[in-house]
Design a protein around this ligand. Structure first.
Ligand SMILES: [Zn+2]
Length: 134
């Protein structure tokens, strides 16, 4: 991985960025290079767009069969969250009892540790979702 690629990945992982098509104002997540609606006319018009981090649970499932490195937190819930901007983002739901999770529940993205320190000494962080009081 090149240094530039590394920092691009960090940027989109630590900030919930999608892209906005300046031609039609549609917002996309994850980042797209070309707007599927505008196609050729969107080339060079895709702008970085920071999502608010707020959304509602669109659907979710409880995962019982987690990979070994996640054994301490299983079972856990993974949700598809419909963000205020209309895009859907998949992420783990934290700080909530599994039986309290409902479709339509208000949540917001929080930056959390995702895994333990790997062999390269890097601790991975990423976005998870936590309940939000309206
Ligand atoms: Zn467009």
């Amino acid at each position: 991985m090149t240094v530039a690629r590394f920092w691009r990945d960090i940027s989109s992982r630590y900030n919930l960025y999608g892209t906005k098509c300046a031609a039609c104002d549609r917002i996309y997540f994850p980042v797209r290079q070309i707007c599927p609606e505008c196609r050729r006319s969107s080339i060079g018009k895709m702008e970085r767009y920071k999502l608010s981090g707020k959304g509602k649970v669109y659907s979710f499932s409880v995962v019982h069969d987690a990979p070994p490195q996640m054994s301490v937190i299983r079972p856990y819930a993974v949700a598809i969250v419909e963000m205020e901007e209309g895009v859907k983002v998949t992420g783990q739901l934290v700080d909530v009892d599994l039986e309290d999770i409902d479709i339509g529940m208000s949540v917001e993205a929080v930056l959390r540790k995702i895994g333990d320190e790997g062999p390269d000494g890097v601790i991975n962080y990423g976005f998870k979702f936590t309940p939000r009081l309206d």
